[in-house]
Design a protein around this ligand. Sequence first.
Ligand code: CS2
Length: 465
Amino acid sequence: MPLSALSLSSLPSNVKVPSYDRTAHAPGVVHLGLGAFHRAHQAMVFDQLLTGGDTRWGIHGVGMTRPDLVNQLRAQDGLYAVRVAYGMGVKWQVPGALWRTSVATTERDDVVQAIAAHSTRWVTLTLTEKGYTPALGQLLLEGLRLRQQSGLTGITVASCDNLQGNGHKLQALVKANATAQDGELLRWLDTQCAFPCSMVDRIVPAATPEVMAAAQEALGVQDPCALSTEGFWEWVIEDHFADPQDAALLQSAGVRVTGDVHSYEEAKLRMLNGSHSAMALMGAITGRPFIASCISEAHIRTFVHQLMSQEVAPHLSRSDWAEYRDALIARFGNPYLKHSVHQIATDSSQKIPQRWPPSVLGQIAQDASFEHHALAAAVFVRYSLGVDEQGQAYTLNDPQAGSLMALGAAQRTEPAACVRALLAREDLWGSVLSQHPAWIARVTHWHQQVLQHGVDAAVQQLLST
Ligand code: CS2
């Protein structure tokens, strides 16, 4: 039997299912980007608010690129199972906050209308780094313009992507599309809408057949959209909302509302995501399929521990970084999360700029060592070869795949020139690092070691110095 509104009553009694009416109200949230992360993060926070009786948090979910996923979710009445792995075991839950769905490419007008709907109070976004394009700004501006022209109140537009100052970036993107005739709209945007910055965190691997089989076993229903996640979740959001009363509501659901998102955001991007990218690229080359299989190797665990303690932490404003680091290492090892290294290595060209260079620049400013990041960068160069150390080919899923592979192709014959060419990319490393002789020299050194002796030996060598 497939999972749907009809089959909810047949689920085992220990599975938490929506206790509220999912059809009586119009959604209050339009969410762009229906990937695994949103469905196991904000959608579960909104599910909690709905469970508490506040009917304004139903979601109109918009799939940006995957009509197949939207169609599947539609067939399941927006329901899907989530396996949450706590310390000693797992619990299954079916969150019910997803009430409506659209596909941005084929149902664009529905999305514009949804943003302009009377019931809409929030727009949230999880589009990944590469989703922040002028076309996105245009889509949002159209919806907001329609709203303003209909005389409706402003709304909160919350980016929940791993970008520095995500709210500011989004606001700038939306405003960049305004024309000379939009003076009134711009004033309305500034005074009535809010674009809070936020830091979101929960490890949510993409759906896999393994989790689908586990859902079938535990729930007795078929659910190709079933997800697996960890017990931990965090959502830190700037205290800046179109409706100021939302602050207390979100807090009641466990969200941290603060004036200081920045310190959480920088720690998360550089510690969690920075380590993730380093491990993912190492795993892709050494043939270790999951983050848990990387962190269970003592040398990789020590490398990540040192990277965070020695090169990231000195530049963070969060003082509890040691506890944060230890908690991260424990989370990386969660055996239930089969978090694919190739999934995390996807779009590395878009991820690296916020994850590594800020720490390297901090170390340079203090005349301190950046060897761990240099090795990670060397591993990224090696990754662009598209074949692992066992000779197994893999695909580079990256908007820059073509140019990265073209630049990386020469690394076996002209390794130093190849490193120079890839490090000269300002879009990845920024204007200072892309011309920094000592940085380029150390990445070149580690790249030679990686090519000659392999990733593991290079890591061991770094640890022994
Ligand atoms: C990961 C993130 O895929 C990636 O790049 O680093 O999705 C990570 O799992 C989340 O940011 C955790 O909150």
